[in-house]
Ligand binder design. Sequence first.
Ligand code: GDP
Ligand code: MG
Length: 150
Amino acid sequence: MTMEQTFVMIKPDGVQRGLVGEIIGRFEKKGFSLKGLKFVNVERDFAEKHYADLSSKPFFGVLVDYIISGPVVAMVWEGSNVVVTGRKIIGATNPADSAPGTIRGDYAIHISRNVIHGSDAVESARKEIALWFPEGPIAWRSAVEPWIYE
Ligand code: GDP
Ligand code: MG
């Protein structure tokens, strides 16, 4: 079994709407392990770096404005297949297409107010964790791990 890490961010709308506890709870109750957590106001340069791959998109400007519009919760979650499973928990990019039961499916309506970010691949997760947590994630082992993995 290979452990992976992913980067998850609760966007400013998720914070403003009081969804922090709910979102953390979904990852926690699934059995994933929290390895990093911070509550931060993001500078424009930093948001542009995080979304650099989307810099040519017509919505890049409004996306950056959105991410810097209020504090965000940045997290590292660890577990087997956490990148792909995390994206399933989050739901499709456009909440109109996100299945009920997913975070975006349950709590969002509009694509540019979709509450949460999750890395889309192991490689982008590695880059995003290095950007947001240059000090590195917290190394610890959950005592319940033997009750989650065979
Ligand atoms: P994600 O990985 O599911 O978050 O989706 P992407 O990486 O493709 O896009 C990053 C973020 O940009 C999304 O979560 C949305 O907040 C925003 N976004 C994506 N597509 C659009 C769009 O067509 N219009 C607007 N306004 N925002 C978009
Ligand atoms: Mg993405």
